[in-house]
Unconditional design. Sequence first.
Length: 364
Amino acid sequence: MREWFSQLAWPALVGVLAAVLLLNTEWLKIPNSAQGPDSYSHAVAVATPSVVNIYTAKLVADRSPVLNAPLLRRFTNPGERQPRVERSLGSGVIMSEDGHIITNRHVIDGAQAIQILLSDGRRANAMVVGADPETDLALLKTDLTGLSAIETADSDNMNVGDIVLAIGNPFGFGHSVSLGIVSGLERYGLQLSAYENYIQTDATIHLGSSGGALIDAEGKLVGINTLIYTGANDDTNEASGIGINLATPSNVVTTVMKDLIEYGGVIRGWLGVEVDLLLGFDDQGRATQSLLVTNTAPGGPAQRAGIQVGDLIVGLNAERVTDARQAMQTIARLRPGDRVLVGLKRGDEEFDVEAIVSTRPAGE
């Protein structure tokens, strides 16, 4: 009897438990800590008033399309040029309530007229305060009032995998938004500048997105969308948005902006050396990096400090050089007149010399 009851009861109990589990689906839900928000509309709403569309115009000398007609070409001067207006577009970010707007230098380079369009429909002219070719950043100024300055986040706190959103003016579709994640940090090696330092993201950008905002999930600025790296020499992939999307970190932006406001250009420390990267190993077999001095500027800080061609720079301010690129950026962050202790290795001898940093001469 007991055996018969057991055979009958167990299937019934299993059925009851299954019904309870099906009716109560809470156990299927992922904990809130592992879920992101259903929408990032709040972040977009916070940041969008601070993003502007930029339209530029400049006169360029060009051969008239009429004179380019095959029938007329043989009867005209091939070198004859006629001025025409070349227009382009981009994006910018309002950084201060008094009208400072950051964008990319290539957006406004050579422009003779610059106009901005705000998200509230207001239009105004803008003037160039200054530009920095090394970071491809430029600072504009407008006389508009009632501006909404974006809040800036510390880009050094970004992590790979963080959510980011790009806001810009791709192909003239103003204040477009795309969503992605941080794919990489401190990207360099594009041979565009000695000071490359980019955030890599898969948030889609296109032509016209340059100078726009890269924001975090709270709507704070973490970078300025700068370029699409395609590895090609043409604009085909860039126009289609195919490539690696790179943004200039907000910490770089704020540093450059301060110099542009105060000096009209960026002041970087200059040691007056040309170097090659030298890889090696220490006594424990660990990989090391040092800078081989290949040239010194006549009368420059390095030469005055006694640094010679063939020396190895192995330290800066009592810190061993572990990353050659960061070492050169450390020097660049110094101000003219700052003193820097340079650790050298000459033959088997290691010693320190003190150099006084100056500014890079024009044309260097």
